[in-house]
Design a protein around this ligand. Structure first.
Ligand code: SF4
Length: 277
């Protein structure tokens, strides 16, 4: 069985929603929020690529994704990065090139989203310029195998820090609480992926397979960070949770779990007979 994390998240949100999407394959249109989020991710991916292109990471060497050399590169002293071309103007230029406007119903709404994105980029740049960053990878794909289930996903951004590796995940939603970040299954999955992708810097014996998981909530009012980490026992729990989900999917357990929170965002609320909205 192969799943993406977004499919798993759909199952966790509501098994009926997963059934509509993955079993009955009922198509749904991309929402304006999803479109905006995709444009933001694409712009920050290109920004990260610009950082990598200028040698802001891997000690200025060309990146060879996933190789042993990459892993060893984590320990090579970093050369002084040349960040002179990474300006706020450059980031705004990337934003305007990345913004997808044709998913918005009117030009007015598209222009509003574009301006909102400019604000997000300015805030991101402020966050980014306040401390040195050593980017190792952007939009790094991974596939984890857990008891016969292959879970595919992508890490938005991977940075080297003095302690090891930091996984950064961009969000354009309202910030979650620290408790939610500490318990987030997606972040646990990312920590497991990091363990597989960047095996070398982790010291599992000390219970620190990933040194930092950072949720970066972007808004035009500022950047909110939620920093967390996972211990070995938390990762074991995450594997158990993922196995349980796999067993329920294999058993075709698609009983709905309606709630106002889930249903108001559900693309199938118009066809679902138990929708809570
Ligand atoms: S409308 Fe609610 S109950 Fe129905 S599939 Fe969507 S989330 Fe589940």
């Amino acid at each position: 069985m192969s799943l993406s994390y977004s499919q798993l998240r759909r199952y966790r949100t509501c098994p009926r929603q997963y059934e509509f999407s993955n079993i009955k394959k009922i198509p749904w249109g991309i929402s304006e929020g999803e479109s905006f989020g995709a444009s933001v991710h694409n712009a920050l991916k290109r920004w990260g690529e610009a950082e990598l292109g200028l040698g802001v990471g891997l000690g200025g060497r060309k990146k060879k994704d996933g190789t042993r050399e990459d892993q060893l590169g984590l320990f090579i002293p970093e050369e002084r990065p040349q960040t002179g071309l990474l300006t706020e103007e450059k980031l705004l230029e990337i934003w305007h090139q990345s913004f997808v406007f044709n998913t918005f119903p009117t030009q007015f709404e598209a222009d509003f989203a574009r301006r909102r994105g400019e604000g997000l980029m300015r805030q991101f740049f402020l966050w980014w310029s306040q401390a040195p960053h050593s980017v190792l990878a952007v939009e790094k794909s991974f596939t984890l195998e857990i008891d016969g289930m292959h879970i595919a996903g992508r890490l938005d951004r991977v940075e080297r820090t003095e302690q090891g590796v930091r996984i950064v995940d961009y969000k354009t939603t309202a910030p979650c609480t620290q408790e939610e970040a500490d318990a987030d299954l997606q972040l646990s999955l990312y920590a497991l992926a990091a363990e597989q992708l960047f095996e070398k810097p982790f010291d599992s014996a000390q219970g620190k397979p990933c040194t930092e998981l950072l949720l970066l909530f972007l808004s035009d009012e500022g950047v909110v960070e939620r920093s967390t980490m996972r211990s070995v026992s938390q990762l074991k729990d995450a594997r158990t949770q993922l196995k349980l989900i796999r067993e329920r999917i294999w058993a075709k357990d698609f009983r709905p779990t309606p709630s106002v929170h889930a249903c108001k965002r559900c693309p199938y609320r118009g066809v679902c007979d138990v929708a809570a909205v």
